[in-house]
Design a protein around this ligand. Sequence first.
Ligand code: FMN
Length: 375
Amino acid sequence: METIGKTIFDSIEIRGRKLANRLVVAPMTRVSATPEGVPTQEMADYYEAFAAGGFGMIITEGTYTDELFSKTNRNQPGIANEAHVHGWKRVVTAVHEYNVLIINQLMHGGALSEMTGETIAPSAVQPVGLRATDNTVFPSPFPMPRAMQTKDLDAVKAGYVRAAMLAHEAGFDGVELHAANGYLFDQFITPHTNLRTDEYGGNERNRLRFLMEVYRAVKAALPADFIVGIRVSESKVNDLTYRWPGGSETARRIFEILAEIDPDYLHIAAEGGRWERECRYPDGTSSNSIAKSLLRSPVIANGGMHDIALAEALLNSNAADLVSIGRAAIASPDWPKRMAAGEPVVPFFKELIKPSLTLAHARRVREQYNTSTLC
Ligand SMILES: Cc1cc2nc3c(=O)[nH]c(=O)nc-3n(C[C@H](O)[C@H](O)[C@H](O)COP(=O)(O)O)c2cc1C
């Protein structure tokens, strides 16, 4: 009998919530909120286009969680007060018109925050790389962060819980705890940015402790069907070549420990966009396949997943349940519909994500391309 393989267009459930397909919009910072972090009508239109375009679930850009040290980029949206809730309601309402799930990515930049005079981190370790949000011509080194004390840990955790409650109030279907790409939780997970000698530093269990405590606190504060996912990665925005020092052994240990909280989903990012390079190990395994073998919850793969052959190979080799698509979704918000119909798509080009470009301008650039040279 012929076995029909899984496709990206098959439906799936997360926490009992049905998605029309396995295509997720990856979180992407677009620096388009007001200076106070309030989502705009332009953002509602931007997110609505993905829902109309056939994605099964949308994860928002990284959203800051408190008014203390979490804000990372200028014009980043927040979910820290009622004005933020009001702005996000517009976005959520527009997306829900299409029966598409929308998840708010909750993000604390830690040592990589570019908007706070003082930054906080697990330890006082100056990040590698340069901060470039406000001055791309003359980027400057990141400042030395202050090592977090118990009261800082408590404040960050309280910020996440409150942010998740506000996200629920705004109508979101869930939140994603951003523990990837070099930001605060990832600074705890990474040995060279976490030199702590207390229960939050040292072995993998200790380095994951803060993330797991926050996850549990968020889960306990929200209704059971409110999705709480986690995103992890090896590469970082300020160090794209970073890999976990022990390779597949470290991955196994990390996912064994995360399996104890069994997050509603696990999203494994390839920040640089190349799954093969960022998620594969020399022994032939991958972070995705190891996570799938240890967790009960769905695993989302990322990094060049607009390559349908690669995406479906991961689904069919039990290395992923869903795939998230970043740059290709910006270029073609209706990527799923076009793919299903066998129509050409707009290819990604860098101008579309220029920080100086408003979302409306980016849309015009894309549409111009759209009508002239489709590939
Ligand atoms: C403009 C831009 C902004 C991004 N912002 C975020 C973000 O806010 N949070 C996050 O976890 N990843 C962020 N990423 C990483 C993407 O989610 C994704 O991991 C990356 O683009 C690789 O996927 P792709 O090959 O499908 O583009 C961003 C990527 C881009 C291109």
